[in-house]
Design a protein around this ligand. Structure first.
Ligand code: SF4
Length: 111
């Protein structure tokens, strides 16, 4: 199935990108599967795997900051909450994503 093979490709590519940054896929396999599927849909529509939990604003500079994995653009915030906004990626030491703090960008002094 085309969607599944693209999900597998994104999973492989993303893991290569996020591992050196100290992140991994969340242990919640169902969430990973759902979010990757949403990204495949966004990619087929826009040509780019945009973030499934952030709205597109059709402002290229801003929208390029929500191309997955967007970790480099929001590093300070994600490091503070040990996960990305969608929860697709978490810090490598995280075993229970539900226990992570919920902090807004303002609360960590960023954005
Ligand atoms: S918040 Fe997470 S899922 Fe969304 S683009 Fe950033 S890294 Fe990807």
């Amino acid at each position: 199935m085309k969607t599944q093979s693209r999900k597998d490709a994104l999973r492989y590519f993303f893991s290569k990108v996020v591992t050196p940054m100290g992140f991994k896929f969340t242990p919640d396999a169902e969430l990973v599967d759902f979010l990757l599927e949403q990204e495949v849909i966004l990619e087929s529509k826009h040509g780019i795997p945009f973030c499934p939990c952030q709205p597109l604003r059709h402002d290229r500079e801003r929208d390029m900051k929500i191309v997955c994995p967007c970790i480099p653009f929001h590093r300070e915030h994600f490091d503070a909450i040990k996960r990305c906004w969608c929860g697709l990626f978490v810090h490598q030491d995280v075993t229970d994503p539900d226990s992570l703090p919920q902090l807004s960008p303002g609360e960590v002094g960023h954005e």
